[in-house]
Design a protein around this ligand. Structure first.
Ligand code: F0G
Length: 364
């Protein structure tokens, strides 16, 4: 019988492209290797000849793409002897940091904006047992404090300003190329702190340089399209903003840390930044759920919302192959999901066959 090698995580899979040695203890939860799902119903619905794939990062161990960066960041923190890690977070980074800290046997401190993180993310972080520090301020304020704390306390920062985070996250681009046999024409993703768009660009660039038999480097990389929420869109404004607001709390960020790297990705790829209203983001989230069976969190849907707008206007032409990253799982934010389905009308009936039969026949 043929034996298949067990998948043990992205560091093992892409070891030669990551900064680890043979003796490095890998802190992993088998992250990565997420599905690239080809949309079947939405292209038909919009009447456009486009090939859209979604990279469903919500299926990582803690339900977001953060696990890709966290396996690397925590592996390196442990290798360097850290006993504790810290991050500021809109929710997903904190959940991921908390889980990988448990795995490593070290302590995690997370700074989160009070009342502004999705319920599922809070539940996860509590369950993993991280020390939660709620601040009376937004993500940007938390980030500002975390950047100074390393000089005052023995903790390793695991936000995406930690270069190992981007190293881990770049592997998503490798997986896409491995699966499609080449880069897509367009890569769309939500932009908050801007680490992820920078990491993808790094991944596409690195892989393109040594894939044999393909055309010149510049032709082998996608055009990068970064989408922000309209109330939290510093890249669209061209400057930092002080009071970001959006229903997509994951990307409620006005002072992105990877500012220069993200502009580099946009410029080198010939791409663009644009914004979507909260309404457009929520509509795309619902559309993905109700037409494709893919449930992502609101922030993630900014990628599809943006892609659909640019396909509609012709900015992304027909015939294109497009990948949208769905950064987090919809289950993380049950409040928004339920409030989006107020017209769903669940029925409550007696617990007997007759009543159930009637309920079914009534709604056929
Ligand atoms: N989508 C989700 C679901 C996120 O959680 C984030 C960032 C982003 C998109 C944006 O990615 O920051 O690399 O541009 N969440 C961070 C956090 C800030 O703390 O969980 P980015």
């Amino acid at each position: 019988m043929a034996t298949q090698q067990r998948y043990t995580g992205l560091i093992e899979r892409y070891r030669s492209r990551l900064p680890v040695s043979a003796s490095t203890r890998l802190i992993s939860l088998c992250e990565g290797n997420t599905p690239l799902i080809r949309l079947e119903n939405i292209p038909r619905l919009i009447g456009k000849d486009v090939d859209i794939y979604v990279k469903f990062e919500g299926l990582n161990p803690t339900g977001s793409f953060k696990d890709r960066g966290m396996t690397m960041a925590v592996t390196k923190a442990v290798e360097e002897g850290s006993q504790a890690i810290i991050c500021a977070s809109t929710g997903n980074t904190s959940a991921s940091a908390a889980a990988y800290a448990v795995r490593a046997g070290i302590k995690a401190f997370v700074l989160i904006p009070e009342g502004k993180i999705a319920l599922g993310k809070l539940a996860q972080t509590l369950m993993y047992g991280a020390q939660i520090i709620q601040i009376n301020g937004n993500f940007d304020a938390g980030m500002n404090i975390v950047k100074q704390i390393a000089d005052h306390a023995p903790v390793a920062i695991v936000n995406s300003i930690n270069p190992f985070r981007l190293q881990g996250q770049k592997t998503a681009a490798f997986e896409i190329i491995d699966e499609l046999g080449g880069a897509p024409d367009y890569h769309c993703l939500p932009v908050g702190n801007a680490g992820n768009i920078s990491a993808y660009w790094m991944g596409y660039t690195e892989y393109a340089q040594d894939l044999p038999g393909l055309p010149a480097v510049t032709d082998r990389r996608p055009i990068m399209c970064g989408y922000q929420a309209a109330g939290a869109a510093p890249f669209v404004a061209g400057k930092m903003i002080d009071h970001p607001e959006t229903v997509a709390t994951a990307i409620r960020i006005g002072h992105p840390q990877s500012w220069d790297l993200a502009w580099k990705a946009q410029q080198e790829s010939g791409g663009w930044f644009d914004s979507q209203t909260d309404q457009q983001i929520l509509a795309a989230q619902k559309m993905l759920s109700q037409y494709e069976g893919v449930f992502c969190e609101p922030a993630s849907a900014a990628s599809l919302a943006g892609a659909l707008q640019d396909i509609g206007s012709g900015k992304i032409p027909e015939g294109s192959r497009i990948v949208c990253t769905l950064t987090g799982n919809g289950i993380k934010d049950p409040d928004i999901a339920i409030s989006q389905c107020k017209d769903a009308h669940p029925v409550t009936i007696e617990a007997n066959l007759e009543a159930v039969k009637k309920a079914i026949l009534d709604s056929m």
